[in-house]
Design a protein around this ligand. Structure first.
Ligand code: ZN
Length: 255
């Protein structure tokens, strides 16, 4: 039974990965989410259904468009693989409890944001609103009223802290230090993780972002780092390690 659930979640994850990666391209380019149906972004020819099978189509077509032979970005393949792996992993780690739903919602936001933020430095308000609303529903079902309210307060505090950091960073570096999308995303993370875990996630995000900026320092002439995917990866790391980290932090705090 467990294996069958994992296979189903892997299939759903790969399909969602394909869809959400496509949204990460369409939303910043102001293309409707439902129309036109899938097309090649180089030659604009509509794709047949069998050119749209997650993971398989990319491998069989060797990562190129069937018509114009132009390369299809590997980032879309990565989105499908992320869905394929993370959806079942979330179930294996958490069964169908609260953390399964939170980590799966954040996985979906990560997949879209990987495309939109890395390619276009853009985090979609629509994606943040939908994911925020889904989180509110899940939290309302699983948490007590006081814990639910604490998550709302955490989201507001993180939003304000990020605005403060932006004002501070802008005046220190004399340029835009944090995108508005990152600030709104942190409010969603506050809902998902609560205050303390969000700050731990932000620490992971800053660390991974720093490594990324050092690796890409020669290529990245504009000096802009898409921080959104790192915020989400940091948050997912915290959820995955939550069973280890939270008791440790609690014991530190009670010292
Ligand atoms: Zn093409």
């Amino acid at each position: 039974m467990e294996v069958i659930i994992c296979i189903w979640l892997g299939l759903i994850g790969a399909i969602m990965g394909s869809f959400l990666g496509c949204m990460g391209y369409r939303i910043p380019n102001k293309i409707k989410t439902t129309y036109p149906s899938s097309f090649c972004s180089s030659c604009n020819k509509p794709l047949k259904w069998y050119m749209n099978i997650p993971i398989f189509s990319y491998i069989i077509q060797k990562g190129r468009c069937v018509y114009c032979k132009e390369k299809i970005g590997i980032i879309y393949f990565i989105c499908e693989v992320l869905g394929l792996i993370l959806f079942p992993l979330n179930y294996i780690l958490f069964d169908f409890d609260l953390n399964f739903f939170i980590s799966t919602i954040l996985t979906c936001v990560l997949i879209t944001t990987i495309v939109s933020d890395f390619k276009y430095y853009y985090i979609s308000d629509r994606v943040l609103i939908v994911s925020g609303l889904c989180l509110l529903v899940v939290l309302y079902i699983f948490l007590s009223t006081s814990d639910f309210l604490m998550r709302l307060v955490s989201a507001v505090i993180l939003f304000l802290v990020m605005i403060g950091l932006k004002i501070l960073g802008n005046s220190m570096f004399n340029k835009e230090s944090l995108g508005d999308g990152d600030i709104k995303l942190m409010a969603v993370i506050g809902l998902a993780l609560g205050l303390l875990n969000s700050f731990i996630g932000l620490f992971f995000a800053a660390f991974i972002g720093l490594i990324f900026s050092l690796i890409t320092i020669k290529k990245n002439k504009e000096g802009i780092i898409p921080f959104g995917p790192f915020i989400l990866i940091g948050a997912l790391i915290v959820i995955y390690l939550s069973n280890i980290i939270t008791p440790y932090i609690n014991s530190l705090l009670s010292l």
